[in-house]
Design a protein around this ligand. Structure first.
Ligand code: ZN
Length: 311
């Protein structure tokens, strides 16, 4: 049997997606100043990447209608790569008016036909063709580009999503100019064995681009899936501070893996994250206060391992 630790990376890169994926799913509109304050706290934690907002249509997601103000208001920290989520060409054109305020564009589409129609009212192929026209424009503007494929590990309407279909979409995103492809377990359907098999294949078939895992903890399997991906050699992850966020389809589905839970587990394994865990917990505690309800993250409640030496 292979030693499961043999592929483990020495360090990982984490993209914090809470200010977009998290805030987007909050029912109450969060004041722009509070968003800026929380993003500035995240910028001081050592996180390498932060997705700060999205240029979706303001009438579709009112929570992110302040994308311009947020980008203008944050204090950009050296060493942090800031990104925005872009749904389509029109969103990119709006984002490019703030080109000097961010570094990366993250594009998304769904691997599942039914989820795609339900989420953006477009067929997968239609979304993909649109992105194939849009991504080169972002590249020309000097932006690093990530394509995120949601429902990569399962669809609440269709069940299993064939790995072949996900890999085909990823190949086309690579061809269109993406530097990175993220695989989203949008509704928490992945299991560790599936994740292991998927990345074993993806890492061979998708050489030349960075592969990123984006797990949700909808069914409590988020960190188990992170471990499976790590053991295949995946070294790039997306997560959300305070375990904010999730996907509004199906209704009630919640929960990205919490960034502090991810950082705690990975650093306890001796793998570098570059993140100051107490500073990250402070950011999640501040978010909890802003939102006025307890957030789901384990480490936010329990504290880092080091805090309880007498245990
Ligand atoms: Zn997510």
């Amino acid at each position: 049997m292979n030693d499961p630790s043999s592929n483990l990376p020495g360090s990982v890169r984490i993209r914090e997606v809470g200010p977009r994926d998290g805030f987007q799913n909050e029912p109450e509109v969060i004041a722009t100043a509070e968003k800026i304050r929380l993003i500035d706290m995240l910028s001081a934690t050592g996180l390498q990447r932060i997705e700060v907002t999205s240029f979706v249509r303001p009438d579709v997601i009112a929570q992110l209608a302040d994308a311009d103000e947020v980008l203008d208001g944050i204090t950009r920290s050296e060493g942090v790569s800031y990104s925005v989520l872009i749904p389509n060409r029109r969103g990119l054109d709006r984002a490019l008016e703030r080109r000097d305020r961010f570094d990366e564009a993250n594009f998304f589409l769904s691997a599942s036909e039914t989820h795609s129609r339900s989420n953006v009212n477009r067929a997968v192929e239609e979304s993909l063709v649109g992105l194939e026209e849009t991504i080169p424009v972002a590249k020309e503007a000097g932006l690093r580009c990530e394509g995120v494929i949601s429902t990569s590990f399962g669809c609440p309407y269709e069940g299993e999503v064939p790995a072949e279909r996900v890999l085909d979409i990823a190949r086309r995103l690579r061809q269109a100019g993406c530097d990175e492809v993220g695989f989203g377990d949008t509704t928490g359907m992945a299991n560790p064995l599936q994740v292991r098999r998927f990345f074993e294949r993806a890492l061979v078939e998708l050489d030349g681009i960075e592969l990123t895992a984006h797990f949700h903890d909808t069914r409590g399997q988020g960190l188990a899936n992170v471990l499976a991906a790590l053991e295949e050699g995946v070294s790039s992850f997306e997560s959300s501070f305070g375990e904010l966020g999730g996907c509004p389809v199906p209704p009630g589905a919640t929960g990205n893996v919490a960034t502090e839970d991810l950082v705690s587990m990975i650093s306890e394994m001796g793998i570098g994250t570059g993140v100051d865990l107490p500073a990250l917990i402070a950011a999640s505690a501040a978010a909890q206060q802003v939102l006025g309800r307890p957030l789901g993250s384990h480490v936010l409640r329990a504290g880092p391992v080091e805090w309880h030496p007498g245990g």
